[in-house]
Design a protein around this ligand. Sequence first.
Ligand SMILES: [Fe+2]
Ligand SMILES: [Fe+2]
Length: 212
Amino acid sequence: MRSLSKIDNLLLGVDKALRAVVPHSNPSTRPLPVNDDTIPELSITESRHVAGLMRINHTGEVCAQGLYHGQAFSAKDDGVRQAMQQSAEEEVDHLVWCETRLQELGSHPSIFTPLWYGMSFGLGAVAGAISNEFSLGFVAETEAQVSEHLQDHIEQLPVQDQRSRAILAQMDIEELHHRELAINSGGAALSPPVRRTMRWMANRMKATAYHL
Ligand SMILES: [Fe+2]
Ligand SMILES: [Fe+2]
């Protein structure tokens, strides 16, 4: 197989970015992790709240795409890129699962999706340029924080919405696995100020994406 030219790589990057921000542009490789196809009945208020939560989770997955793509763009060696490849592929499934559930709820992803992607790509690229240890540490910390908010969302779901619950629970299992992979690949623990800044940014993002 011939190696890819710079133009090939640029086009592939643009293709991946568009798939992250344009709804329904990814064929999911795995079906929704649910036991049956029954769509739970929710009141209008419940449905709005679940849509807000799912929009946050969808935004988190857009950010994961940006982060992994940004990192691959500036990563210092192929080992890191490959170590993160499977995680990045699982994130595409998460993105599609959240998109699907949002559609079922008659809602839509965040209107700022391209902005979330761009910001995360930038952060991923900076982290990748600093060092492998920092970049992988950044992934590990991001996944840990995502897992925390998934747990929080699972508790907030209406009892009868087993469908959203099953999706978020499967995502949580996989996010924790991504964290483990990043640590085992050499990710360093980040300093408390960096962790606090990440948390602050994630909270701003969550507050915005819940509504918009
Ligand atoms: Fe994810
Ligand atoms: Fe993840």
